[in-house]
Design a protein around this ligand. Structure first.
Ligand code: COA
Ligand code: AMP
Length: 633
């Protein structure tokens, strides 16, 4: 057996011994008394009795080990023309001061802090400052609009909100204050003060007592040391799209997270102390949490915080420039970024301008790496291209090609093999395992490994109903796929009402809430259709109220505006089709799965319980007529 096979078997046969061994790699304030146990909710939990501090492990630990001068954070911002380097010592100093400012604002152990900030160093520092004092951060992606921000504020009930005056999208300044003010107006939770970091390109006048200037806030702060947290204490809440309009607050614990992420840096990404790791995501997403902030810093790597895009900041050579300039060893990005680069620079001619010998591995995740992009990358790059699969809930990779355990030959379209600790199965809709090669629901057999979600914030029943009730005895990933004769895993897409737009996860429910708020809409459904660049984009199918005389063009314009206002521009909602009726069962359930299959060009069966079996075909014809669906060859 090779190294990977030995590890996989070890983790499956004796998870306690396997993870105990890995837990020795981090410094505990108090060692765990039990490696695997069950919490009061009956959920498997790791490292009971252990005490640690994640911020200390990311910062002070390296300073104390003599690596204080080593670079921890590289802030590269082509959109502002800024390049900054922070050593572990400097980052520790700044984080300790922000932690002091949080304390002065009354933020204590277990209090929530909502962070709605762009890709700037203070965002990373604020996250680590929360972790330092045992406060729970909840970062909200800057691309979300007021309503999404407000629903997260209502759910997390923060003691404090941290924001900045703006983000920058290519050359556009996106002011955050209208979004924050809008969210606070909508919010039913009205208690938290808001600290605003003023950026030069959009200084705001703060004329309400609730808003505090970041510099004033910091001026009275003195640094504070890291406090011990229990392994089971929450480190953060990160909201993700479920199948309804209400986002789910995924809760991550401190102990399991630190152990799993530390280990993953070498075993999955091949990185060691001092290496440079770049994940071109956003701190608002799980990839940003795990591999811009926590993973690289836990390991003692330098992490790149890139405030820019793969194209037009300033050109399609941006990725190669950053890799070359900062000697990046491992790079991680969503495939959509390469589709954008390929579209602008099909021959990859920009690459000739840079020396990227430093690069050892290229990782992609967030959506399926489509074979054409895989072949394009293979043609132009001389490094392994590794597609790996995970989700907000797991916080780290479920399947991948583990370079620290001996790289394997990859197969296009596959995410390779399950990572040790994940017992992966493929089951049919009744939860029965199905043979090799057949597509079904991808599920995980408990215990899930350390670092995976422990509950849904404030709603444990939802944790059970969303993940554990569908297939008895298994965690439902929400993805469909299959394994081939070599055990390689292929993830084919979501089997629920979640879509993936440019690597961003969105639920039909949250988009439908926005569309349904239009007075002319009687009912609607929003589904994802294939898009060359973004993977999927949403389209609305709407039925008009009786007597409504709004034109289809006006309705579409209105809906585009509403979705941008309520959900955010990242939804990429550009298209609505007015239909006479929606396909429903006699009990009134919309046949979403049939619609999804129809737009994906997959075979579908119209159930006998439908009122009008012809309706799906009529919708398909209309979508083809309007050019929303491509005509089959
Ligand atoms: N704040 C505010 N607005 C944002 C935003 C943010 N953080 N991120 C995106 N938007 C806006 C964009 O400006 C755009 O607005 P517009 O419709 O007014 O032009 C809209 O949301 C759609 O953005 P996007 O889908 O990202 O398209 P794009 O054309 O601006 O950029 C790519 C295309 C490929 C460059 C970009 O999608 C990309 O870099 N994707 C990678 C995403 C990623 O890393 N995902 C990984 C998550 S793990
Ligand atoms: P998120 O929680 O936002 O990270 O989105 C997770 C979802 O993105 C997964 O459930 C998958 O549907 C999809 N996804 C992530 N990585 C991959 C991948 N490598 N291949 C296919 N789908 C992926």
């Amino acid at each position: 057996m090779n190294h990977y096979e030995v590890s996989y078997k070890h983790a499956t046969d004796d998870p306690v011994e396997f993870w105990n061994h890995r837990a020795q790699e981090i410094d505990w304030i108090e060692e765990p008394s039990k490696i695997l146990s069950t919490d009061p909710n009956g959920v498997s939990r790791w490292f009971e009795g252990g005490k640690l501090n994640t911020s200390w492990l990311c910062l002070d630990r390296h300073v104390e080990a003599g690596q204080g001068d080593q670079i921890a954070l590289i802030y590269d911002s082509p959109v502002t023309g800024t390049l900054e380097h922070y050593s572990f010592e400097e980052l520790t100093r700044r984080v300790s001061l922000i932690a002091g400012a949080l304390r002065n604002s009354g933020v204590g152990f277990g209090d929530r802090v909502v962070i709605y900030m762009p890709m700037i160093p203070e965002t990373v520092m604020a996250m680590l400052a929360c972790a330092r004092i045992g406060a729970i951060h909840s970062v909200v992606f800057g691309g979300f609009a007021a309503r999404e921000l407000s629903s997260r504020i209502d759910d997390a009930t923060p003691k404090l909100i941290l924001t900045a005056s703006c983000g920058i999208e290519f050359d556009r300044v996106i002011r955050y204050m209208p979004m924050v003010e809008g969210a606070l107006q909508m919010s039913s939770f009205d208690a938290a003060p808001v600290v605003v970091l003023q950026r030069e390109m959009a200084r705001e006048t703060l004329n309400h007592a609730r808003f505090v200037d970041w510099d004033d806030w910091m001026s009275r702060a003195t640094s504070v040391d890291a406090v011990p947290t229990d392994a089971w204490d929450p480190l953060y809440i990160l909201y993700t799209s479920g199948t309804t309009g209400k986002p789910k607050g995924v809760v991550r614990d401190c102990g399991g997270h630190a152990v799993a992420l530390y280990d993953s840096m070498h075993s999955i990404y091949g990185c060691d102390v001092g290496d440079v790791f770049w994940s071109a995501s956003d701190v608002g997403w799980v990839v940003g949490h795990s591999y811009i902030v926590y993973g690289p810093l836990l390991k003692g790597c330098a992490t790149v915080l890139y405030e820019g895009k793969p194209i037009r900041t300033p050109d399609a050579g941006a990725i190669w420039r950053v890799i070359s300039q900062h000697s990046v060893k491992t790079f991680f990005v969503a495939p959509t970024a390469f589709r954008a680069v390929r579209k602008e620079d099909p021959d990859c001619s920009q690459l000739k301008r840079y020396d990227i010998e430093c690069l050892d591995y290229l990782f992609v995740a967030g959506e399926r790496l489509d074979p054409p992009t895989w072949y394009w990358l293979k043609e132009h790059l001389n490094v392994p291209i590794i597609d790996h699969w995970w989700q907000t809930e797991t916080g780290w990779s479920i399947c991948g090609n583990m370079v620290g355990m001996g790289l394997r030959e990859t197969k296009p379209g596959s995410v390779t093999l399950p990572v040790p600790g994940y017992d992966l199965r493929v089951v049919d809709d009744a939860g029965i395992e199905i043979p090799t090669g057949q597509t079904g629901n991808v599920v995980l057999k408990p215990p899930l490994p350390p670092g995976t979600l422990t509950t849904v914030w404030g709603d444990h029943d939802r944790f059970v109903s969303s993940y554990w009730n569908q297939f008895s005895g298994y965690y439902a990933t929400g993805d469909g796929g299959y394994r081939d004769e070599d055990g390689f895993v292929y993830i084919m897409g979501r089997v629920d009402d979640v879509m993936n737009v440019a690597g961003h996860r969105l639920s039909s429910g949250e988009l439908e809430e926005a569309v349904a708020s239009h007075p002319a809409v009687a009912e609607c459904v929003v589904i994802g259709v294939h898009d060359e660049l973004k993977g999927q984009v949403p389209i609305g199918l709407t039925v008009l109220q009786d007597g409504s005389n709004v034109s289809a063009e006006t309705l579409q314009q209105d809906l585009v505006e509403i979705v941008r206002r309520d959900v955010g521009a990242i939804a990429n909602f550009k298209c609505n089709c007015v239909v006479e009726q929606l396909p429903k069962t006699r009990s009134g359930k919309i046949l979403r799965q049939v619609l999804r299959k129809m737009v994906d060009g997959e075979p579908y069966t119209v159930p006998s319980t439908i009122d009008d079996p012809e309706i799906i075909e009529r919708i398909r014809e209309k979508l083809l007529e309007q050019g929303i669906l491509a005509k089959p060859n």
